[in-house]
Design a protein around this ligand. Structure first.
Ligand SMILES: Cc1cc2nc3c(=O)[nH]c(=O)nc-3n(C[C@H](O)[C@H](O)[C@H](O)COP(=O)(O)OP(=O)(O)OC[C@H]3O[C@@H](n4cnc5c(N)ncnc54)[C@H](O)[C@@H]3O)c2cc1C
Ligand SMILES: NC(=O)c1ccc[n+]([C@@H]2O[C@H](COP(=O)([O-])OP(=O)(O)OC[C@H]3O[C@@H](n4cnc5c(N)ncnc54)[C@H](O)[C@@H]3O)[C@@H](O)[C@H]2O)c1
Length: 452
């Protein structure tokens, strides 16, 4: 029997942002219903950031032991994937069980419904036989799923996505990674450091297409040097087949074969089958357009990957905080994307904030760029890397920056502060920079920007 339940807010999809909204509004005393079809917390804790960074931490330790001969004699390491798999299962994902997250939601005053939610007009959400009528509105946080590129034969093979890769209990001897974006690069290096023979197949002419070209080029060199990850760029897989326990990718003039195939070729937004047409939105659109308060329509907010402002947990959480302020009638600050930062956790880390040089030029800015290496600390640690700064010469401020290197994400944070707060370059260049830190490399590049 169908029923209608009146509530204040319905949150559809409980990724990192949706979970935050439901908890905060529940705690504020609103009648909130959170609906999730899979696991509360979404991709990040169960299939994304958290398990992948646990793998990366393990791989880094293995790699560091391998560097002993470069610095201090000899050491032996016997990597054991079982320990990594156990840690992911027990410490990160509770064996892919979200009871703790469900309890946290309910303890904070929200109601939880497991199921697939569909919009049914403004402020209305249907789950099974129940319609929720939301007085204040609906927050969409449906996220993304792994995309499968339209390659002949691929759909008929037992290929892996990130969801399989984080649940591995045994490593294969060899793997092809299709896609050289953040997901492909992070997994490729982990597997390679555990002794798997890795080939990356990327159709663009470089790795990390969304970062500065210098970053992808440097990472490719690091991959080649380290354990010999084979990187094939500018190639298109024409056909994929699977026989006798092996995948074969036909790349036109060559073939690659491996025990496993990991598809890391981008994400597909979960926007079909959620009733967008009932609120006047296009279900075939790639993103849901939002304003600075994340409004997407009448009594409708959208947050997270589906908004197209950067597919990152911190963007989803940032937007969630904006929505909470809006729902509770508080003052801003409202959403501002000038200084969105991102880090690919390879070694070297690839970190960036704000605009790339190309984006700044396309925006019509009077662009000035400068690039430098990691300076004294890089030499001491035998680490290669770079700092690239993108300036608006007219305004005398930074609009973007990239750091590739050890702790690149941490070094980038000072550039993020500068871009966000629009600190004059002359003020930045007059700072003290401790010797010999990695962040001191930024000083040299700032001075370079100021020389004629
Ligand atoms: C391997 C990997 C590594 C990553 N590493 C990082 C990282 O290091 N740092 C970082 O910032 N980001 C990282 N990301 C990206 C990050 O996981 C996402 O940006 C983050 O999860 C935010 O997504 P979201 O809030 O849009 O929702 P998601 O996490 O995608 O969650 C959306 C939820 O909505 C649910 N849902 C969808 N439709 C419905 C419906 N109709 N009814 C009910 N429920 C529904 C889904 O089941 C899902 O649980 C990584 C991603 C991957 C795949
Ligand atoms: N550390 C992090 O913050 C982190 C880590 C992983 C993922 N993420 C987020 O998840 C998003 C998705 O990651 P992703 O790496 O899957 O996507 P992506 O879109 O960033 O990269 C996918 C890559 O696959 C390539 N590709 C697509 N189709 C192909 C084909 N048929 N053959 C060969 N190459 C093909 C594309 O050219 C692209 O370079 C990222 O953009 C990022 O926002 C973040």
């Amino acid at each position: 029997m169908s029923e209608t339940v009146d509530v204040d807010v319905v949150v559809v999809g409980l990724g990192p942002g949706g979970e935050h909204v439901a908890i905060k509004l529940g705690r504020a005393g609103l009648d909130v219903v959170g609906v999730e079809s899979r696991l509360v917390g979404g991709e990040c804790p169960y299939y994304g950031c958290v398990p992948s960074k646990m793998m990366i931490a393990a791989a880094r330790v293995v790699h560091d032991v391998g560097r002993v001969p470069d610095f201090a004699g000899a050491a032996q390491v016997q990597p054991d994937w079982a320990q990594v798999a156990r840690r992911i299962r027990e410490e990160a994902t509770d064996d892919w069980d979200d009871q703790v997250a469900v309890d946290r939601l309910v303890d904070n005053g929200a109601r939880f419904v497991r199921g697939h939610a569909r919009l049914d007009g403004p402020g209305r959400v249907v789950v099974g036989d129940t319609t929720y009528a939301a007085r204040k509105g609906v927050v969409l946080n449906t996220g993304t799923a792994p995309a499968a590129p339209p390659i002949d034969g691929l759909a008929d093979t037992p290929y892996w996505t990130n969801r399989d890769a984080v649940a591995l209990t045994e490593l294969p001897d060899s793997i092809v990674v299709l896609g050289g974006g953040p997901i492909g690069c992070e997994f490729a290096q982990v597997f390679s450091r555990f002794g798997v023979r890795v080939t990356i197949v990327e159709m663009a002419d470089r790795l990390l297409l969304n970062d500065e070209p210098e970053a992808g080029e440097l990472l490719e060199k690091a991959f080649a040097r380290e354990n010999g990850i084979q990187v094939l760029t500018g190639v298109t897989a024409e056909r994929v087949s699977y026989a006798d326990g092996a995948f074969t990718l036909d790349l036109g003039d060559q073939q690659v074969t491996a025990d496993k195939l990991l598809v890391a070729a981008g994400r597909r937004p979960n926007l079909q089958d959620i009733g967008l047409e009932s609120v006047g939105l296009d279900p075939d659109a790639k993103v849901v357009e939002t304003d600075e308060r994340l409004h997407a329509g009448e009594r409708l907010w959208a947050i997270g990957d589906i908004t197209g402002k950067g597919q990152y947990t911190h963007v989803s959480m940032y937007q969630a905080a904006v929505v909470v302020r809006d729902v509770l009638g508080e003052d801003g600050p409202w959403a501002d994307y000038r200084a969105v930062s991102r880090v690919t956790f390879t070694e070297p880390e690839v970190a960036s904030v704000g605009m790339s040089e190309k984006q700044a030029r396309e925006a019509g800015i009077d662009v000035r760029v400068a690039t430098g290496d990691l300076g004294a600390r890089g030499w001491l640690e035998k680490d290669e890397g770079l700092v690239k700064l993108v300036a608006d010469a007219d305004r005398g401020i930074l609009v973007g920056g990239t750091v590739v290197g050890t702790s690149g994400g941490e070094v980038m944070s000072m550039i993020a502060t500068a871009v966000h707060a629009e600190i004059p370059i002359t003020t930045l260049a007059a700072m003290h920079f401790a010797y010999p830190t990695f962040h001191r490399a930024v000083e040299h590049v700032l001075k370079e920007l100021l020389t004629d």
